[in-house]
Write a protein that binds this ligand. Structure first.
Ligand code: RP5
Length: 158
């Protein structure tokens, strides 16, 4: 099983890059596509229906009127993680609210604005429920973070 990443526009590619980087570190297979919910809705439906056969988790990346995560969630019962993107106009708050405020019944698990890395980690955590190998990788990942924090020194340079 893999993670399917769908971005609303190629302009979201930096967030996709952060997700792919983290998934690769965990050794998780992925697929990444650009499919806008409003510019290509028929293609989105076709893609999600086909992709869900091999997909454990979908990650949507969208900015502005960010309905992509909600539309994907409407088309599948696989978990959907939404990454709201920062915009030059409203700073991403609009995308955060559009993504997180799903009406009851069809959830989108929403991470922080531009939170691609956390989206990948959360996808890994979901997949690790039934995968001992992934579970161990997550524990090692946390231990490494803790070690880095312990080794971080503060030196006053004033
Ligand atoms: C959303 O609108 C995309 O996800 C992107 O974040 C934003 C701007 O898209 P472009 O106009 O750059 O294609 O649909």
């Amino acid at each position: 099983m893999r993670v399917s990443i769908i971005m609303g526009s190629i302009s979201d590619r930096e967030i996709a890059d952060a997700i792919v980087k983290q998934l690769k570190e965990f050794g998780i297979d992925y697929d990444a596509k650009v499919i806008s919910a409003h510019r290509a809705h028929a293609h989105l439906e076709e893609y999600v229906k086909e992709a869900e056969k091999d997909t454990a988790v979908f990650i949507s990346i969208a900015g502005k009127a960010a309905h992509l995560g909600g539309v994907i969630a409407a088309l599948t019962t696989r978990p959907v993680i939404g990454v709201p993107c920062k915009s030059s106009t409203l700073g991403g708050l609009e995308a955060l609210l559009s993504t997180v405020e799903m009406p009851s019944g069809v959830p989108v698990a929403t991470v922080a604005i531009n939170g691609g890395k956390n989206a990948a980690i959360l996808a890994c955590e979901i997949m690790a429920i039934s995968d001992e190998n992934l579970s161990k990788k997550l524990k090692d990942f946390r231990a490494k973070m803790e070690e880095e924090i312990k080794n971080t020194e503060y030196i006053y340079e004033g």
